[in-house]
Structures are given as structure tokens and as C-alpha cells.
Design a protein around this ligand. Sequence first.
Ligand code: C5P
Length: 364
Amino acid sequence: PNTIPSICGLPLKYVSLVTLAVQNALLTLIMHYSRVSAAPSHTYSAAAAVLLTELLKGSISLVVAFTRLDSYAPQYLPNGTPATNSCWNPWLLLARFRRLGKEVFRSDCWKLSIPAILYALPRAVIQNNLQFVAVSNLEAATFQVSYQMKILTTAAFSVLLLRKKLSTTKWLALLFLAIGVGVVQIQNVGHKSAESTEHDMNAFKGFMAVVAACFTSGLAGVYFEMVLKNSTGDLWVRNVQLSLFSLLPALVPIIFSGSSSTTPTSSGWFSTSLFDNFGVWAWATVLTQVLGGLLTALVIKYADNILKGFATSLSIVISFLASVALFSFPITVSFLVGSFVVLIATWLYNQPDTASSSSTTGSE
Ligand code: C5P
């Protein structure tokens, strides 16, 4: 299990981390553009986007899991199977389908219901928060930086549940990360002080929602890592199980919106038809989220959740630069200082440990 695959000679661990950073920045910009830039009456259904994402991610994982079964299918072949290795051999195909079914519905598949529900909660918060961003003019990059606080909750859950040991340097790096995120938050508060009290209340509610999302997101990621690393089972089969369980929370808002479809609101959850206004940008959001989900799974398997957090904070820089160009994001000193501290923290975390006590980065 410790062999790390590579792409073009580059370890999959780093390829997946960097790709995830780029994907995260892209997702923030696309979601911002697709939901905030459109008039409220023309927003697409967020529930439809979530459902499509789960269906697509699950289908892709199912196909990958199916193809990967090749290497360990023979024992599932019925007696008297013709000895041809053609992939169109119906006996082989049948054996693989049976094996896939057995793998997906194995006795411990219920474990994935926990991250499925936990992942659904921050998703709902993010959705509400982006609505809130639209109302209060908070910028996409600021929201994304606040959400990076999940790195602290992730580290805490990794220590608690996975018994990871973090060196003093690594804890210091995490502290710097929290400070960096905090500095950007100060800039945020200053930005709003000129506005109304109601506006400040919304900002506070939004911030508390992000804090709550950080807890569920951190726990969900670490729980998924625990299932992957503490039990057998192919990553792609685990992804299929996660998607299957995620379909339930994804369907809830759709079922509820069905009963209130005569009263469409601007929230996007209650549009008259599920696929109203589902244009190019909506599809771009779905596809980027599918990519993100698959990359996240790879990163959790080949690196870990703490490193994943640092990779996504790298995306702050990318989306910040893009926000300046695309949405005229104001360059403030505190944003620059905050982002700089976040980067320093990332660098510090990746310094080799002097003591041999840390097992954080797993297999290097
Ligand atoms: O915000 P956070 O980093 O926790 O988001 C991770 C995302 O990755 C979630 O939206 C979750 O649905 C997705 N994911 C996935 N497949 C996995 C693990 C996470 O799609 N195996």
C-alpha cells in the first residue's frame, strides 16, 4: 500500500496536490461568476448542480473501479470459463460486474454514510454563503481565505482520530496559517465598517457559518482518510460508496423544492424547474466540482488531509490574482500581509523535521 504511483516521473502525491490547488482557485472564480454575476432571477438551481456532481463523480469512479478490477478478478470467474483473455469475454465481464457489486456493497460500506452527510453540510453552508457574498459584496477571495481555517480543524481531527504526531515546527506553521487567515479577516471587518449594522450582522452570521463548515469539512476529510488507510478497499470503490450515500442529502432539497415549486425564490434552491437557467457556467461549476472531488480523494490517499489544506491555501494566491484582474478586487495591505503569512506557513510546514518524531507527511 506504500508504493506511490507517478505520472511522467512526478509522484502522484505532488501532481494531485498542485492540480487541486489550481482546481480550487478555478472553482471559486467560476462559482462566483456563475452565481453572483447573474441576476438573482436567473440563477441556476444549486441543488441540481450538487445532484449532477454526485451522479457524474459516482459514474466516473464506477468506471475506473470496474477497469481496475481486471487485476484481481480471476478468482471470481465461474468454473468452466473459456480461457480467453479478451475484455469482451462475457464470462470475464460478468465476473467483474459481480466482483464490483460485492466490493461496492461490502459489509463496511455504511462507513461512507458519515463523510457523505458531513460533506453535505459545509456544501449547504457554502451555497448560502455565496448568496450572502452576493448581498454584502464580500469578495470571492476573502470567503475562500476564511474557509482555509478548516486546516486547523483538520489538523486537530488528524491528531485525535488518526493519532498523527505533529512536530513543534508543524504546529507553529499551523498557528501562522491561522494568523494569516485572521489578518485577512481583519481587512474584511474594516472593509464593512462603513456599511450598515444589518450588513455587519450578515457578515457575522456568514463568518459563523464558515466556522461551522470548517468543523464538518475537517471531520469529513479525516474520517474518509481513516476509512481509506485503516481498512482495505479500493479508493475508487470507496468513491462510489461515498457518491451513493451523498445522493441522499443531494436529493433532500430537490424533494422539498418539488412541493414548493409554485413559489420560486431567488435562493436557487426553489426554482420552478430543476434545470432552469442551467447554462454553460452551471455546467462549468459541476465539472470543476467533479474534478475537485476526484482530486481530493487522490490527495487524501497519496498525501493527507493536512497537506491538502496547505495546497488549497496556495489556491488563495491564484484566485486572489485572478480576482484582481476579473472582479477588480481591491488590493489592501492586510490582504497582502495575510496571504504572505499563509505562504510562509506553507513553506514552514514543508521543512523537514529535525526530530524523527513526526509521522505527518506519511510516505515521502
Ligand atoms: O471543502 P473540502 O476540502 O472539505 O471539500 C472537499 C470536497 O471533496 C467535498 O465537496 C467532497 O464532496 C469532495 N470529496 C469527494 N470525494 C472524496 C472526498 C471528498 O468528492 N473521496
